[in-house]
Design a protein around this ligand. Structure first.
Ligand code: DGL
Length: 268
């Protein structure tokens, strides 16, 4: 069983990529919907929540934990790793940073994320570690989260907002050089991929941390000899509040119907 943890439904974009990459694995996904959003909370609070979630998932006998939430990955990974050792813990920041460094020709890389992820500086640090000369611009795009949950990830509102957040970096009016790579550093942002693409244009490399993390998990499991030898796979969904809302909104993120009865309510 592989544990996947997020503040809510957003991490289902990461789960979807994981299930595609690892169809023979069984997954247990925990969305901390009672305490969402994490992106506006302090690092200390998010780290405390993440430890509680990791502890709860360890009770399901997981062989690996994926911290799908960018904000939690940014501020709590060392603590969660220490707590769950020797169970491997994989966050979304390192794979995203690695993919961005590989994708960028110019070294001018933009990262959009929640306020907490940007403030924590983890993407900036992880990118500069790999490419010290990189020019990293990280900026919060908090309204994208609400838009994705409202089901407004595509269309004119999303496109206008994408221009609002991104034009300064990808169509600079002051003669500054545009970034050539954009990291979607938040679970919700793949839901706005079309609108974001329309705003930045066809030449920009867009790095989806969900896809890159799924590949990273597959390789890590294989390296550790922990990959499932085969099987039908499986999924258990847990939420800390409002399972029916989780099922309704989550279905869009997972791109498959979720029956309300499929989501178990748990307390942390
Ligand atoms: N899951 C969060 C992230 O990826 C976004 C939603 C939230 O703020 O809790 O940063």
């Amino acid at each position: 069983m592989i544990g996947v943890f997020d503040s809510g439904v957003g991490g289902l974009t990461v789960l979807k990529a994981l299930m595609r990459e690892l169809p023979a694995e069984r997954f247990v996904y925990l969305g901390d919907t009672a305490r969402l959003p994490y992106g506006t909370k302090s690092a200390a609070t998010v780290a405390r929540y993440a430890l509680q979630a990791a502890e709860a998932l360890s009770g399901y006998g997981i062989k690996c934990l994926v911290v799908a939430c960018n904000t939690a990955s940014a501020v709590s990974l060392p603590a969660v790793r220490a707590h769950l050792a020797p169970v491997p813990v994989i966050g979304v920041i390192e794979p995203g940073a690695e993919a961005a460094c590989a994708a960028s020709a110019s070294g001018r890389i933009a990262v959009i994320a929640t306020e907490g992820t940007v403030r924590g500086g983890a993407y900036q640090e992880a990118i500069r570690l790999r490419r010290p000369e990189a020019e990293v611009h990280a900026l919060p795009a908090p309204l994208f989260v609400a838009l994705a949950e409202e089901g407004l990830g595509a269309g004119p509102i999303a496109e206008a907002l994408a221009h609002h957040y991104l034009d300064a970096l990808f169509a600079p009016a002051d003669g500054a050089l545009a970034a050539d790579t954009l990291v979607l550093g938040c679970t919700h942002f793949p839901m706005l991929a079309g609108a974001i693409r329309a705003a930045v244009g066809p030449g920009v490399r867009i790095v989806d941390s969900a896809e890159t993390t799924a590949r990273h998990v597959r390789l890590a499991l294989a390296d550790a000899g922990l990959a499932s030898p085969g099987g039908p796979g499986g999924l258990r969904l847990l939420a800390t509040d409002a399972p029916e809302r989780f099922a309704r909104i989550g279905a869009r993120f997972l791109e498959r119907p979720i029956a309300p009865g499929e989501v178990e309510l748990i307390d942390l």
